[in-house]
Design a protein around this ligand. Structure first.
Ligand code: ZN
Length: 659
C-alpha cells in the first residue's frame, strides 16, 4: 500500500469561505477520495491560517479576543466543509500550541543555526491585504495590483531569511524534478521568476503580539507566511513527534491557488532545504473560479456562498460542476444559470434518467433481480472509460476523469435507446436478450458510479446501492470495483428520482436540509429532534474520527449512517391510553407500509396527518411501545415548552433519501 499525503492551502479566517475557497477544498477532496478508492494510505490535511493582521483587525472590530474569534471561525469553516462533504483527515490551526508553535520555533531555530537567518532593517512597502512585502516593481501606479490599495511604508528591524542563497539549488530541483511544479504554465512562471534572482526575505515582524515569538528574539513574531507554510510539517509531527514526522513527511502534493504558487514553489522548498528536510513531491497551482467572468471579491459584492448551492441541491451537483466544468489548473466560471443548466443536463436528464430507467425496467420486467453475464459492447466501453479515467486522475486532470465517467453514462443511455428493452419485453422469445440488456446497462451504471464516487460521494453511493452493489463505498477498491462482473445475482432498487428536473426557479428538489427555520418560521431556534417514541434513543452518533476540534462535530460518514427518508402518511390513529403517541402507517417507498409511533399527539389530530409528506429515520432498530412495534422515527422540531412540529418535506417520492 502506498501512502499519499496531500494538503490544501490554509485559509485566513477574516471572512467565511466563498465559492473560490470551496473550489480548492472540493477538488482536493476529489483527489483524496480517489486515492482512498485506490487503497492508498491517504492523509488529507486542511487548516486555518490565523496569525494574520487581517484576522487580528477583524477580531478587534468585533470587540473579540483574537483567539476566541478564531475559535468561532473554525466552527464556521468546519461546518461549511462538512456540508460540502469535504473529508479531510486532519485540520490544523496556526494557533495550535501543541503542534504548530513547536514546529515553527524549531524551523526558525534550525535555519538560524545554519546561518540562514540574519538581522537587518527592512524598509519598503507592505500590503496588509496580501500580508506581503511588496517590491516597488510589483506595484501598479503605486498600488497593490490585487487590492488596489496603497501599501504601507514600513521601516523596522527584522530578521531575514537568506533566500538568495537558494537560487541555484531551487533551479536544480526544478530541473531534476520537472513535475515539482504543475501545471506547466505555473512552472514557466516560477522558473522565470527564480532565474531573475532572489532577494532575501524578511521573516519576522517587530512590535506585534499576534504571532509566534522567535526563539532567538522573543520580542519579534514570525512573519505570517513563514509561519503558515510550516503548518504542513507541523501537522505531521515536525518539532513535536519525530517518529510521526518520519512516517508522513514529505507531503506528496500541495494543492494551492495560482496566486500563491510562488510561496510554495520558492520560499517553502528553500526553507525545507535550509532545515535539511525532504521536499514535497509536487505543488499544483489551480486556477480561479470567476463569477460571471469576474473574480469574486468582497469589494465587488459578487461573493457566491457555496452553501447557497448546497442548500438547493445538496453538495454533489456543486461538486460535480466544479470538477467537470473547470479544466483543472485553468480558470473557470460560475453562474447560477449555467449551474442549473448543467444540473438538468448532467444529473436530471443524463445520469438520473439512466438510473431510473434501468431500475424501473428491471422492476417491471425482472422483479428487480438480475443475473450477471459476460457483457457485450458496453463492457468494452466501460473498460476504456476506466482506463481513461485512471490515467486522467493520476495526472490530476480531474475534469477529464469525470468526462470519462460521463462517456460511459452516455453510452449506456444510447445502448438502451438502441436495444429498446420495452420492445424486447413484448416478445417471450427474446427474454434472454432482455435479461442481457438490462444487466449490461445496470453494470455500466454501477461502474460509472464507482468512477463518480470521488466527485459525488453520497449520490454515487446511493446509485451503487440501487444497482445492487453489496460492498459499502468505503470498502470498494478501484481495481476490483471497476472490473466488469460476470457472475452472481443482484437486486436492483427502483427508488424514485435522484434529481428532479428543474422546470423553473424554485422548483421542488428532493434534497432538503434539516434546518429548523424552513420547518416552522414561527419558532426560530427550535431544535430539530426525533419526535420519537419515548423508548427510542436519538440517532447514534459514533465518536468523531477527527483528531482535533470540538467533540460535537461528526463526520459526514457518521451522519450518513442515519438513513433519513421521505415518507407519506397513509393512516393515523391515537394510541389508546397514551396522551402523546400517534400510530402512523407510512409509505417509505418499500413493498409494505411501515408502522411508526410518534410522540406528536399533543400537536396534531390524526386526521391532520394523513396525506402529509414527512421525514423519518428509516434504519432505527424497532422498538415496542404500548404493545405496538414501531419501525422508525419521525422528525419534528421541538420548541422549548411547545408541542412538536413535524418536519414537512416538499412532495418528493416516498423512500427518497434525505441528507
Ligand atoms: Zn495586496
Amino acid at each position: 500500500m502506498s501512502s499519499f499525503f496531500l494538503t490544501t492551502a490554509i485559509d485566513y479566517v477574516n471572512s467565511r469561505p466563498h465559492l473560490g475557497t470551496a473550489y480548492e477544498k472540493i477538488t482536493a477532496d476529489v483527489i483524496a477520495r480517489y486515492h482512498r478508492l485506490k487503497g492508498d494510505d491517504t492523509w488529507f490535511l486542511m487548516g486555518n491560517d490565523e496569525h494574520s493582521q487581517n484576522v487580528f483587525k477583524r477580531a478587534q472590530e468585533q470587540g473579540k479576543d483574537p483567539l476566541a474569534y478564531c475559535d468561532e471561525m473554525e466552527q464556521v469553516f468546519r461546518e461549511v466543509w462538512a456540508r460540502l462533504d469535504v473529508s479531510f483527515d486532519d485540520f490544523i490551526r496556526t494557533t495550535d500550541r501543541k503542534r504548530h508553535f513547536p514546529a515553527v520555533q524549531r524551523m526558525a531555530q534550525v535555519c538560524q543555526d545554519n546561518g540562514d537567518i540574519y538581522e537587518g532593517t527592512y524598509e519598503g512597502f507592505y500590503c496588509v491585504g496580501c500580508e506581503e512585502f511588496k517590491p516597488e516593481k510589483d506595484l501598479v501606479d503605486g498600488l497593490c495590483p490585487i487590492h488596489k490599495t496603497r501599501p504601507e511604508w514600513i521601516k523596522e528591524k527584522n530578521w531575514f531569511f537568506r533566500l538568495s542563497k537558494y537560487q541555484q539549488p531551487l533551479l536544480k530541483c526544478y530541473e531534476a524534478q520537472p513535475s515539482f511544479i504543475e501545471p506547466e504554465v505555473r512552472r514557466n512562471e516560477i522558473l522565470r521568476f527564480v532565474e531573475g534572482g532572489l532577494d532575501d526575505l524578511s521573516m519576522s515582524r517587530a512590535g506585534q503580539s499576534w504571532g509566534i515569538p522567535l526563539p532567538f528574539d522573543p520580542k519579534s513574531v514570525v512573519y505570517v507566511w513563514f509561519d503558515a507554510l510550516i503548518n504542513y510539517a507541523a501537522a505531521v509531527g515536525y518539532g513535536w513527534d519525530d517518529a510521526l514526522f518520519k512516517r508522513r513527511w514529505p507531503a506528496h502534493l500541495h494543492i494551492v491557488g495560482k496566486d500563491i504558487t510562488r510561496f510554495h514553489c520558492v520560499i517553502w522548498p528553500a526553507m525545507l532545504m535550509s532545515a535539511g528536510l525532504p521536499l514535497p513531491g509536487q505543488v499544483f497551482g489551480h486556477g480561479w473560479v470567476f463569477f460571471k467572468g469576474e473574480r469574486m471579491s468582497k469589494s465587488l459584492g459578487n461573493i457566491v456562498d457555496p452553501l447557497d448551492a448546497a442548500k438547493r441541491f445538496g453538495p454533489d451537483p456543486l461538486r460535480l460542476y466544479l470538477t467537470k466544468e473547470v479544466p483543472y489548473g485553468g480558470d473557470g466560471d460560475f453562474t447560477w444559470e449555467r449551474f442549473e443548466e448543467k444540473y438538468n443536463a448532467d444529473l436530471a436528464n443524463n445520469l438520473g434518467n439512466l438510473v431510473n430507467r434501468v431500475a424501473a425496467m428491471t422492476e417491471r420486467y425482472r422483479q428487480g433481480r438480475l443475473a450477471a453475464r459476460g457483457g457485450g459492447s458496453l463492457a468494452g466501453v466501460a473498460t476504456d472509460a476506466v482506463r481513461t479515467y485512471a490515467d486522467a486522475m493520476d495526472r490530476l486532470a480531474l475534469h477529464e476523469g469525470v468526462a470519462a465517467a460521463y462517456r460511459l453514462i452516455s453510452a449506456a443511455n444510447e445502448f438502451i435507446a438502441e436495444t429498446q428493452p420495452w420492445s424486447l419485453a413484448k416478445d417471450p422469445a427474446k427474454a434472454d436478450q432482455l435479461s442481457s440488456v438490462l444487466y449490461d446497462a445496470a453494470e455500466a451504471v454501477r461502474i460509472a458510479a464507482v468512477l463518480l464516487l470521488p466527485a459525488m460521494p453520497s449520490s454515487a453511493a446511493e446509485i451503487l446501492r440501487r444497482m445492487g452493489e453489496a460492498s459499502a463505498p468505503g470498502d470498494l477498491r478501484f481495481d476490483t470495483a471497476t472490473a466488469w462482473r460476470a457472475s452472481g445475482e443482484r437486486g436492483i432498487l427502483n427508488a424514485g428520482a435522484l434529481w428532479p428536473r428543474l422546470e423553473d426557479k424554485g422548483a421542488p428538489v428532493n434534497e432538503i436540509t434539516t434546518q429548523p427555520a424552513p420547518v416552522n418560521p414561527d419558532a426560530p431556534g427550535a431544535s430539530v429532534a426525533p419526535a420519537g417514541t419515548p423508548a427510542a434513543a436519538a440517532p447514534p452518533t459514533a465518536p468523531s474520527s477527527q483528531p482535533v476540534g470540538a467533540p460535537s462535530v461528526i463526520t459526514i460518514d457518521d451522519f450518513m449512517k442515519v438513513q433519513l427518508k421521505v415518507a407519506k402518511v397513509l393512516e393515523a390513529s391515537n394510541v389508546p391510553k397514551s396522551k402523546k403517541l400517534v400510530q402512523l402507517k407510512v409509505d417509505v417507498g418499500e413493498a409494505e407500509p411501515r408502522t411508526i409511533l410518534a410522540g406528536i399527539a399533543e400537536s396534531y389530530q390524526p386526521e391532520q396527518l394523513v396525506g402529509r409528506t414527512i421525514v423519518v429515520v428509516a434504519n432505527l432498530k424497532p422498538a415496542k411501545l404500548m404493545g405496538i412495534e414501531s419501525n422508525g422515527m419521525v422528525l419534528a422540531a421541538s420548541p422549548e415548552g411547545g408541542g412538536a412540529l413535524l418536519l414537512n418535506a416538499e412532495p418528493a417520492a416516498p423512500g427518497t433519501r434525505v441528507r
